[in-house]
Design a protein around this ligand. Structure first.
Ligand SMILES: [Zn+2]
Length: 109
């Protein structure tokens, strides 16, 4: 299935230009328990509906950005750079701490 994503830097492109980095999964704060760490590493919400996700412009500018996509229809509601979002790096929302998902670089559709 093909659809269009809008890179915040480059504009609209086919989804095949991008790498999928997974759903936004806030890192647990403080000193998490073993159970919290397991949930962070292995559990995903996998919603049927609007989901916040990480995407990587693999064939373009190389930027990581956030998108809100309806997983039922693949309609993309918005895209934004992490610095524009509430989950700015250091605010606990950006896995990897540098605005990039941890281990998500190899993700493909
Ligand atoms: Zn781009």
């Amino acid at each position: 299935m093909s659809y269009v994503l809008t890179c915040p830097n480059c504009g609209p492109r086919e989804v095949t230009d991008f790498g999928f980095g997974g759903e936004v999964n806030p890192r647990p704060a403080g000193e998490p328990s073993q159970r919290e760490l397991n949930a962070y590493n292995y559990f995903r919400r996998n919603v049927a509906g609007v989901q916040r996700e990480w995407w990587f412009h693999r064939s373009g500018c190389g930027a990581w950005f956030l998108a809100e996509r309806d997983t039922r229809t693949n309609m993309v509601l918005l895209t934004e750079l992490p610095g524009d979002a509430d989950e700015a790096p250091g605010a606990g929302g950006a896995p990897g701490g540098a605005g990039q998902p941890a281990g998500g670089a190899g993700g493909t559709l």
